[in-house]
Write a new protein. Structure first.
Length: 401
């Protein structure tokens, strides 16, 4: 963005514009001791902008990506009934730890037991028939077709017996994995059908935080990278995790990439442990640069996509384009354009233009040490306000004889 042409500035407030007299003039633009002086073409004064400055310092900076997330469990399952019947026994409650294969509930299995008995009887009959036909076939008294039919009947009976045994096993609802029961959907005595929900089990040692980072940050994230997880709503919870997975695709709707951060097993449980569903803030540590030129983000002014700052030199502001690097909180790394020790404007840029005189003040608008001398030096060589306004050499007229 091209700076607007220099124009005459009127004093609106002491905190924004401070007018100081030009050399050889009395205060307020009067030429001499006469009291009736007036100006033609405006007051002959230089524009001085009060600013707060900060020196570019040298130090270390760590690049971080901070995103919000909700804690989830990688391993969680809802256990469903595989048989139809009434629940005779429900052996677990919410919050109870279970091991893999443990019986959670028993479903009435009279029908399944009767089916198993029939299958055993049918199998025994099919076995005897097959053995008899096989003996007759060896004597030439039974055809090949009769033998094959008997064999198929026997094999079918064996398969049916396996199915009936499985039906009996399904009347016992078992835990498919170790974990903690987080929800119970039925009560003892309830009638359930195949597919009905019984309980939910969560493995709290598999907690993760899924975050979505902008596509432009993708090259700064890698598997195994450390990540800090801090509870936001439930304070006092903190864990050191690491990047477990990075999705291989970018969401075209949001321009983000899903990153899964694994949390250590000890992060769950206890008085200050994380629980699934908790809101957390995840900080990914990406890079660390030592001896970098550091500056407050408040100093940056953006012209479209190009950042720049105002450097104070000899009581004047100079516009300097910069190239930035890592960011950490309200501090940014300056890669090109500045050197440690330079004074940069961090407050008051809105009233600045390239080449204007400045006066150093503190955050409360009070002049800082050395500000008066710098202002006088800058004003001594500054163009008059009338010239800046395009009035050439406007002359002061006095009403005194």
């Amino acid at each position: 963005m091209v700076a607007p042409p220099r124009r005459r500035r009127f004093v609106l407030a002491a905190a924004l514009v401070v007018a100081v007299p030009t050399c050889g003039r009395g205060f307020g633009g009067r030429r001499g001791p006469g009291a009736g002086s007036e100006t033609s073409g405006g007051e002959d004064e230089a524009v001085v902008v009060p600013v707060v400055v900060e020196k570019v310092r040298q130090g270390d900076i760590t690049g971080r990506i901070v995103v919000a997330s909700t804690i989830e469990a990688e391993r969680q399952v809802t256990v469903h009934a595989e048989a139809t019947g009434r629940i005779l026994d429900l052996a677990v409650e919410e919050g109870q730890a279970v091991r893999r294969g443990q019986i959670l509930a028993r479903i009435e299995g009279d029908a399944q037991a009767a089916g198993l008995l029939r299958a055993q009887t049918n199998l025994e009959k099919a076995r005897l028939d097959y053995e008899r036909i096989e003996a007759l076939h060896a004597q030439g008294a039974a055809t090949d077709e009769e033998l094959e039919t008997a064999r198929i009947t026997f094999e079918t009976a064996r398969i049916d017996l396996r199915d009936r045994r499985r039906d009996v096993r399904t009347t016992k609802v078992r835990a498919p994995m170790a974990g903690t029961v987080t929800e119970r959907f039925v009560n003892e005595g309830a009638f359930v059908t195949s597919g009905a929900q019984i309980v939910s089990i969560v493995d709290f040692t598999s907690l993760v935080a899924r975050v979505f980072i902008p596509e432009r940050e993708l090259d700064r994230v890698r598997v195994g990278q450390p990540a800090q997880v801090v509870g936001k709503a439930a304070t006092g919870r903190r864990a050191e995790g690491k990047v477990l997975r990075i999705a291989p695709v970018v969401d075209p709707a949001t321009g983000t990439v899903k990153v899964t951060v694994a949390m250590p097993p000890e992060a769950a449980g206890g008085a200050n442990g994380f629980l699934p569903g908790m809101y957390a803030e995840v900080t990914l540590t990406t890079d660390r640069h030592e001896g970098a030129a550091l500056l407050s983000k408040a100093a940056l002014v953006h012209d479209e996509d190009t950042p720049y700052v105002f450097v104070v030199e000899g009581g004047r502001a100079r516009k300097v384009p910069v190239k930035t690097g890592l960011e950490d909180g309200d501090v940014v790394e300056v890669v090109e354009g500045l050197s440690p020790g330079q004074e940069v404007v961090v407050a008051g840029q809105s009233a600045l233009e390239d080449g204007l005189s400045v006066r150093r003040v503190d955050e409360k608008g009070r002049p800082v040490e050395g500000a008066a001398a710098d202002t006088a030096a800058a004003v001594a060589g500054a163009p008059r306000a009338s010239e800046a306004a395009g009035h050439g050499g406007g002359e002061t007229r006095s009403g005194a004889p």
